[in-house]
Design a protein around this ligand. Structure first.
Ligand code: PMP
Length: 324
């Protein structure tokens, strides 16, 4: 068996955008007394840039930039950058690093305030970074071909009036970490969490879809989930393919009785699920509808199918950047 590559995904990343300028990778640091480190006060995005026949292009960039701004608003963070400026800064960062395809991580945090470090974040300054790096298949190279084994987590999602799941906040991911650690410790690729009522919510970093015949089901945003941009893309693609689509409460039991099951998220893209709690989904192989949606999703993202909804933003040619 080939040795797994030990090369860091950051090896070729030279520039990180920080508070309005590109700085060298090693200089993109924050103070240890930053509010976000102590209290989880950050909001972020996860975006992918794909290699297309016309050069690199970012998938659904305005939607991601908008969600970042909206997430910041929930936490009363006053961003000195507009949605459009954030989108431009993302493109600048990709061009400076000369990447043809990458994952993009914008992050807004409450930084260090010389006035103290109480829970109240309102006096802590806003800091923002944008990092880019090459990132392969999130749930493993074979995940999309063969499907993954998952479990139902013993951890639930927080109830709606504890943490707003539609804001993509760093603090939410402590719950996500519990779900993910439990799953991988027990030999699963991922865990799916229930909402506080015991209905299906989402994976630690993906939304989930169930297929019954020609009908696609996914949980509603009231089920303590992040309404993902990939989820929205799947809803569009499925309707285009003539499938019936329903957003509705899904009892846990349906995870064991559906014909097909798949995750949807920027990092995971579309990943088929082949078993839940060691119970096979369908015949234990990715189903036909899942494979059609995966094919269509990648075709649009990789610029191989017409971009009828304007989901791709071209990055343009790499731009050499040097230390100012
Ligand atoms: N739920 C959670 C908890 C996530 O972290 C993600 C990844 N951002 C998703 C769903 C999928 O969202 P998107 O399709 O916008 O990446």
């Amino acid at each position: 068996m080939a040795e797994p590559s030990l090369q860091s995904p950051f090896a070729e990343v030279r520039w990180i955008w920080k508070n309005g300028e590109l700085v060298e990778f090693e200089k993109a640091t924050v103070h240890v007394l930053s509010h976000a480190l102590h209290y989880g006060s950050g909001v972020f995005e996860g975006i992918r840039c794909y290699q297309t026949p016309d050069g690199p292009a970012v998938f659904r960039l305005p939607d991601h930039a908008r969600r970042l701004v909206v997430s910041a608003g929930v936490y009363r963070m006053e961003l000195p950058w507009s949605q459009g400026q954030i989108a431009e800064a993302i493109l600048d960062t990709i061009r400076a690093n000369g990447l043809s395809q990458c994952y993009i991580r914008p992050l807004v945090i409450r930084g260090f305030s010389p006035q103290g470090l109480g829970v109240n974040p309102l006096r802590s300054p806003i800091e923002m970074i944008i990092a880019t790096w090459p990132w392969g298949k999130y749930l493993g190279e074979e995940a999309q071909e063969r499907g993954v084994d998952i479990c139902v987590s013993s951890w639930c999602r927080p109830s709606p009036n504890t943490l707003p799941s539609m804001a993509k906040a760093t603090g939410n991911y402590l719950n996500g970490q519990l779900i993910k650690m439990e799953a991988v410790t027990n030999g699963y690729a991922e865990g799916v969490a229930l909402d506080p009522q015991g209905n299906v919510s989402e994976g630690s970093g993906e939304n989930i879809f169930l297929v019954f015949g020609n009908t696609l089901l996914t949980a509603p945003s009231a089920a303590s989930l992040l309404p993902g941009i990939t989820r929205d893309s799947v809803l569009h693609i499925a309707r285009d393919l003539g499938l019936e689509v329903r957003e509705q409460s899904i009892p846990r039991g349906h995870l064991y009785t559906c014909d097909e099951l798949f995750f949807a998220g920027t990092a995971a893209e579309i990943t088929p699920v082949r078993s839940v709690d060691r119970i096979e989904v369908g015949d234990g192989r990715p189903g036909e509808i899942t494979r059609r949606i995966l094919r269509e999703y990648l075709a649009v993202a990789e610029g191989k199918a017409p971009d009828r909804r304007g989901w791709l933003t071209p990055v343009g040619a790499p731009v050499a950047h040097s230390v100012p």
